[in-house]
Design a protein around this ligand. Structure first.
Ligand SMILES: Nc1nc2c(c(=O)[nH]1)N[C@H]1C(S)=C(S)[C@@H](COP(=O)(O)OP(=O)(O)OC[C@H]3O[C@@H](n4cnc5c(=O)[nH]c(N)nc54)[C@H](O)[C@@H]3O)O[C@H]1N2
Ligand SMILES: Nc1nc2c(c(=O)[nH]1)N[C@H]1C(S)=C(S)[C@@H](COP(=O)(O)OP(=O)(O)OC[C@H]3O[C@@H](n4cnc5c(=O)[nH]c(N)nc54)[C@H](O)[C@@H]3O)O[C@H]1N2
Ligand SMILES: [Mo]
Length: 675
């Protein structure tokens, strides 16, 4: 990003035309980043609560007062029950310095609970880990040379624009694009074919494709023999997924499945762009694993324009140990602090703890420190999350740019800097470059970088551990293993000067095997999964909330709801930027004409979406973009900026995925009625 500064203000951000993955293009929302940085409602001074919990009334205090208050409360809890302190952070910034460096070191030193940061990608990450050995895949630029691209559980026009540029180039060169998505997304509309399967059935579709590849011998036997493990077992499993059975499970015609498999098996440069759509359901880890096996069956990896990509994050040699210093934990390594899965924060906050009788949970949560996240809007089962944050006996610190739904519940609200104001270093999960982020302007108002805020609290607590007081420069310099072959010739100083560096990654990463699994092969059969007592082969697991798995629930709540990203929001970030919110308008619910008709719902009606966990309202859009039985509410709205003060997470559940303990946002049955 290049920033134009006038009189100390950022007036414009543009892409860097020299940066290969983006070619100077920014997505709509980030091109408005300057509006957000200098927004009239930016938090510019520390504040402490004066009103009732959750009311959002604060009065300004100084940083010294803020650090003293935070230090006093956290010291008092840490002396008694350090695990009663819980950090909560995720993707506000994905910078390695302002993300989890000094912050993690601080919590580790205290012996606070650890947070399992599983809200987004961990099911898919686990699927890749057990299949390829890490989050690795095709290089994004070579999709432009592919002959067939399956865009699977991904909506790149909204959420990964820079990939879409490559897909369009391939399309111009004659490639066929197929979207696999229960919803006709902006992307699906632009593909040659759209396969609208039922949500959460991707594992079955992949196994059905394997059935055809195997029975019609569309396999690369040499690749399978040399570079994969467990073909015979996978074959036996896949043969139980005949296309007729898969058609039933997925709600897709049998001929479509057979046709897809034949085209895939007969195209040399076949590429799969998965994204996270298919892993936000119970069987998400297995679905990713099943799809990840496909290019190893056909040998698509032999060409740099063939293979699959979910995440490229494993290519960057991040030194997470140096960043987070888990060894600062008092019980490290034999007795590390308790771990709380961030997707279960609602239940965790409402858990009375072991004091009133052993529940195995450990101490009741007494303090939450939230940074880089807006859990009251983004975490599942929001009624419980909000009830937890509303506890009078909970001490909550929030580091933020704005007074979000979560900030309303803070006891102490601390103004943080944005990307334009602080130093950072980044890796990517979609391309293979690393980037330096240099401050372009001074902090707005009295805002401070997350790192500096944690150093201030640590100092007020009398902590002296050297690692807590390293400068941002020192942390950035420790963020990568610079001696790794992927970074040869690059160090922090050169990266700072050039802005970005391309990782040295082979063009066709698995053309000759070289997977990072224990066997070095693509593991269709995973011994590591077997040892964990889990299914060593990929399989289809019906969603938690489906007629197959929970018929009684499905009878009461017959519609499956998904709430994927709206184009003009970044999760809940940017919702308060007026120009972007006005483009999105208001919360909508896309519903199929037949489902609307059964319920007497007309275009533009206000509808109530509900299940046993809660409800929200939205304006109905009657459209066959949503397949029958599916409703779609693009997200993630700030609750307080929605007409009814609620959002989609009112109805989502805290249930977890099969692998990786991820959230199941798209595994959610509801009913809809006119409001
Ligand atoms: N504009 C914008 N861009 C973003 C984000 C944002 O909020 N806004 N968020 C960023 C983040 S944090 C992430 S993780 C990525 C997410 O990036 P993607 O994973 O590409 O996310 P989505 O845009 O939700 O695309 C998912 C698609 O999956 C579909 N889907 C839902 N359920 C299923 C299913 O069971 N099977 C299949 N096959 N498809 C399904 C949805 O209809 C949707 O069209 O995007 C990043 N980019
Ligand atoms: N229903 C539903 N829920 C979802 C999803 C979905 O598709 N549907 N997607 C899920 C996914 S994929 C993800 S990744 C999560 C994302 O959830 P979050 O990680 O909570 O992401 P955001 O909503 O963008 O909120 C980030 C907050 O961090 C703040 N922030 C940004 N930079 C900084 C900084 O440098 N310092 C500090 N202190 N604050 C900063 C921003 O102002 C913003 O309010 O949401 C999940 N929730
Ligand atoms: Mo995410």
């Amino acid at each position: 990003m290049r920033v134009t500064v006038e009189n100390g203000r950022a007036i414009k951000v543009t892409g860097d035309p020299d940066h290969p993955p983006t070619h100077g293009v920014l997505c709509t929302k980030v091109s408005r980043y300057a509006d957000r940085v200098h927004h009239a409602r930016r938090l510019t001074t520390p504040m402490k609560r004066v009103g009732k919990k959750g009311e959002g009334r604060f009065e300004p205090i100084t940083w010294d007062q803020a650090f003293a208050l935070a230090g006093r409360r956290l010291s008092e809890i840490a002396a008694r029950a350090p695990e009663a302190i819980v950090p909560y952070s995720y993707a506000g910034t994905m910078g390695l310095v302002q993300g989890d460096s000094i912050a993690q070191r601080f919590f580790h030193k205290l012996g606070a609970s650890q947070l399992d940061r599983a809200i987004c990608a961990s099911a898919g990450a686990a699927g890749l880990k057990y299949t390829y050995g890490a989050g690795l895949g095709m290089l994004t630029e070579f999709f432009s040379e592919s002959e067939l691209i399956l865009i699977w559980g991904a909506n790149p026009i909204a959420s990964n624009l820079h990939f879409w540029t490559h897909a369009q180039e391939a399309k111009r060169n004659g490639a066929r694009l197929i979207a696999i998505d229960p919803y006709r997304s902006l992307t699906a509309e632009k593909c040659h074919q759209h396969i609208a399967l039922k949500p959460g059935t991707d594992g079955a579709l992949a196994l059905g494709m394997m059935h055809v590849l195997i029975t019609e011998n569309l396999l690369d036997h040499a690749y399978i023999a040399d570079h994969t493990l467990g073909f015979e077992s996978l074959k036996a499993r896949a043969l139980t997924y005949a296309p007729a059975r898969v058609a039933q499970i997925c709600g897709v015609n049998e001929e479509v499945i057979v046709g897809l498999a034949r085209l895939y098996g007969n195209t040399r440069k076949s590429a799969i762009r998965m994204n996270y759509g298919m892993q936000r359901v119970r069987g998400g880890g297995n679905a990713v694993r099943a799809i990840a096996c496909l290019p190893s069956l056909t040998g698509a990896w032999r060409d740099r324009a063939g293979g699959a990509l979910l995440s490229s994050s494993g290519w960057a040699p991040v030194d997470s140990f140096a960043l987070a210093r888990p060894d600062l934990m008092p019980g490290w390594p034999s007795a590390p602090s308790r771990v709380i899965n961030m997707n279960e924060i609602g239940n965790a906050l409402l858990n009375p703890g072991d004091a009133g009788g052993a529940t195995g949970f450990g101490p009741k949560i007494e303090a939450m420190v939230v940074y880089n996240s807006n859990p009251v809007a983004v975490a599942p089962d929001s009624e419980r999350v909000a009830a937890g944050f509303a506890r009078e006996d909970l001490f909550t610190i929030v580091l933020e740019h704005f007074q979000t739904d979560t900030a309303d519940y803070a006891d102490l609200l601390l103004p943080a800097t944005t990307q334009l104001e602080h130093l950072d270093v980044h890796k990517s999960y979609g391309h293979t470059h690393v980037m330096a982020n240099l401050p372009a302007i001074a902090p707005v108002g009295d805002a401070r970088p997350n790192t500096e805020i944690f150093r201030g609290i640590a100092r007020a607590m009398g902590l002296t551990e050297r690692a807590l007081f390293e400068s941002d420069e020192e942390v950035a310099a420790a963020a990568f293993r610079w001696d790794d072959a992927a970074l040869a010739g690059v160090d922090w100083l050169t990266l700072k000067r050039s802005g970005w560096a391309r990782l040295h990654v082979p063009d066709a990463p698995f053309a000759h095997g070289g997977f990072r699994t224990p066997s070095g092969k693509c593991e269709f059969y995973s011994e590591r999964l077997a040892q964990l007592g889990l299914d060593p082969l990929p399989d289809y697991l019906p969603p938690h909330e489906s007629a197959e798995n929970a018929p009684e629930l499905a009878a009461r709540y017959p519609l499956a709801m998904i709430s994927p990203p709206a184009r003009n929001f970044l999760n809940s970030t940017f919702v308060n930027v007026e120009s972007l919110r006005s483009t999105e308008g208001e919360p909508h619910l896309d519903i199929h004409p037949d489902d609307a008709q059964h319920r007497g719902i007309a275009e533009g009606d206000r509808v109530r979406i509900f299940n046993d966990r809660g409800s929200m309202q939205a304006r109905a859009r009657i459209t066959d973009k949503a397949r029958e039985g599916l409703v779609v509410g693009l997200s993630i709205w700030w609750k307080k900026l929605a007409p009814d003060g609620r959002n989609a997470n009112q109805v989502t559940s805290q249930a977890l995925t099969d692998l990786g303990g991820s959230a199941t946002f798209y595994d959610c049955l509801v009913e809809v009625e006119r409001a």
